[in-house]
Every structure is written in structure tokens, then in C-alpha cells.
Design a protein around this ligand. Sequence first.
Ligand code: UD2
Length: 296
Amino acid sequence: LLLLLLQTLQLFQILLLGCCFDFRRTDVVTVTPWLAPIVWESTFDPVLMDAIFKPQNLTIAATVFAVGKYVQFLKDFLKTSEQFFFIGFNVHIYVFTDRPNDVPKVQLAPGRKVSVRVVQSSQRWQEISARRMEMVHTLLLELSDSTHFIFCLDVDSKFHGRWGSESLGELVAVVHPGYYGNPRSRFPFERRTKSRAYMAPSDGDFYYCGGAFGGSVDQVLALTQTCSKNYRDDEKEGVEAAWQEESHLNRYFWENKPSKVLSPEYLWQDFKPRNPEIRIIRFSGVIKNYAAIRPN
Ligand code: UD2
């Protein structure tokens, strides 16, 4: 009882403190037309968010694919995740690779785990990228009730700042850093009606990235099932969407609105100059030489 009283007092104190801060942003859009929050720095109180979520003893899973030469990105990905990704939570990172012996050993804090799952390599990078949905779906079917949320992330990336409980939601999308300033007509959606990822010129809310998305296990199970089925059905008809699974993901999020949207702070690209509204870069794609690392 005393513990409960102390916790209540602590929460009350945090709530009071929160009132003293200004959590408004007027330079960026912070809510979608369907009233989902768009998470930017200074729109949330990290201490309060953690005080709400940490007592729930959640386990957060993350998937990352490192097939072929992409295994070289794992070390920085794993090392920086130890510094910034859900610190203080139970975290289980699933590494999918065809080179299990090259997975680096990284010192992990208590409550954090890395598991390796062996996958086939492929001669086509498009295939590697697109097959991720299917393999994540299989993994999710095997996970027990003890995993609560999952994020699916690109490996050629590093964490630079906190990515934590503020990002949790039932269905979570990340706005692509390359297109958020563009009009809808310039979003690189799949435009051919013959693909199941087709988006009409008037369709689309944001252009979301394929390099980071997530949500509750149930929601990501449904997402990966639909996207991988649509990719496969397209394939049977000889169709490959413009940006493979990213195109199918965008179609999915058009029909199934994310309950939380993360700003491009959650997936920036190192080659892009940092725009003034980007007060913090939390996770970003490294500069890579595509010709040297992709199988074709
Ligand atoms: C974009 C997306 C990516 C995906 C792709 C289209 C962002 C920032 N990135 O990245 O998620 O939608 O377009 O398919 O949104 N991989 C390997 N081995 C390979 C090739 C790929 O493991 O030989 C994995 C790896 O985890 C990598 C991911 O697939 O991070 C995506 O491939 P990419 O990074 O080469 O694709 P990119 O940069 O065009």
C-alpha cells in the first residue's frame, strides 16, 4: 500500500512538473486529421511517458534484416540501440541474416536480448527487402503473449537519440524524411492500377517509410499478413510495386490509419542536411554505396 501511495505521489509530481513545460510546437503539424498524434521533440514529456509505461513491464521486440553484405551495418545498429532504444525496458532484437557467424557480439544490458534467425540470401535486393514482411509475420505467429510491441527497422541505420515509450501505439508509422515537405502529387506511391499497392492521385495522407514501422503484436501481424499477401499476389501476375513493400505499406496505412505517427526524427537520412524543424535526430540511415553492398 505504501509503495502504491509513493508511486501515486510520484506520478502526481510528474504531472505537476509537466504542466510547467510548454509541450506545443507551432512550426510542424502535430496531429493528423483523424486525431492521431504526430510525435516531434517537445510534444511529449519523456519522464512522464516512462512513468506511465515502465511499471507495465513491457517487452518490446525489434526486427532487423542483415542479408549479404548488409551484415556490416549490424555492429553500429546494435551498439547504438543499447544507448538509445527503449532504455530501461525489456528489449528483444531479432536479427535475420544469412551470415550468422558474422553477427557481432555486443554487450547487452540486463533485460535485453539478441536472437539470430537464419534466412536465405537472394540475388535481388528488391526481393530481400520485400520478403521481410513475410518473415516478420512468421516470427509474430511464434511469439508468446509476453511480447507487447514490435518495431521493424532498416539495418543500415544508427540511433543517435532517445527512441522510447513515446513511440508506443497500436499501429505506428514513420513519416519518410524525403517527402514530408512535398505535395501529395509528388509522393512516390505505386501509380499503376494493376498493382495491389495502387494509390489514386487524390489518395494518401503522408508518405511513410518502409525502414521503420511498428505497433502492437496483433496489429503488426495483420499488417504483415496483408502486405506480404498483396506483394505475393502481385508477383504471381508479374507485378512488382515501385518501392516493393514500402508501396504496400503505404497502401495499408491509407486504408488502416496509424494510431500514432512518428516524425522524420525517427528515421532521418545522413545524406540530407538537417532541416530547422528537426530538433533531434533519433535514428538515421547511414550513407552507403549501393553498388558495393547490394547483390545486383
Ligand atoms: C528504402 C527504405 C527501405 C525499403 C526500400 C525499398 C527507408 C529509409 N528505407 O531503403 O525500408 O522500403 O527503400 O525496398 O525507408 N537488405 C539486406 N540486404 C540487402 C538489401 C537489403 O539485408 O542486400 C535489408 C536491410 O535491412 C536494409 C533493408 O533491406 O536496411 C532495405 O534495403 P535498402 O536499405 O538497401 O533500401 P533503401 O536504402 O532503398
